[in-house]
Design a binder for this molecule. Sequence first.
Ligand code: DGL
Length: 258
Amino acid sequence: MTNDNPIGLFDSGIGGTSIWKAIHQLLPNESSIYLADSKNAPYGQKSKEEIIALSCKNVELLLERDCKLIVVACNTATTNAIKELRAQYNVPFIGIEPAIKPAALKSKTQTIGILATKGTLNSALFNETVLKYQNVKIVEQVGFGLVQLIEDGKIDSVEMYELLNSYLQPMMDANIDYLVLGCSHYPYLIPQIKKILPKTIQIIDSGEAVARQTQFILESKIGFSASKTPYHQFITNSSSDVLKAVLIHSYDVIERDC
Ligand code: DGL
């Protein structure tokens, strides 16, 4: 069974490219279409209804382009909308959720930190997961302002450092030994986070797990691409500069009002 159609991915902006990179590394023969809904970022402060409506809009654009599978490369959209997306569209979806499980299972201090958006931390799906790990203390922190700074290209700014420091200090005071990055934008902050956290605190994100799940779904349900010439298209409804900067290679980046 083979299927040359592209994998579709969307996020509220450029953050989901961290997931795209993990998938591309594991599955280099797969074509892809990535939609950055940067015009509407951040999703983290929006209502569940707004997040569902934006997610539907993004899915429809990807389905128009014949995507065989859709990766919701956004924790906020996954935790607020994936149930509705699965009910509405006849295509397999893979979501991304904060990696609480590995952190909770490995923690020696029985205390883990999670940095995520307000929308993710307040969602029913996230809170159901938390209930499963009552053996650990979970220090939750909303990353107010971080997504916007990343979208504005200010990853390595004093403002970013100060915000991160104020969010991470209480976690260090609480003696966490794992920090879960619960937003697909945040892996781009790992160099900054490492300047603040001691080496004893491990940082976990969900990129590799999502890539493995994508591989599994293609293998078991859809089929891998047999194409020798995979293509990658990135669509943004905002300026393409920051997207191009995080992609590093010169992929096909299109600015489109959508
Ligand atoms: N990348 C999105 C996530 O994983 C960011 C959400 C936002 O736009 O606030 O949650």
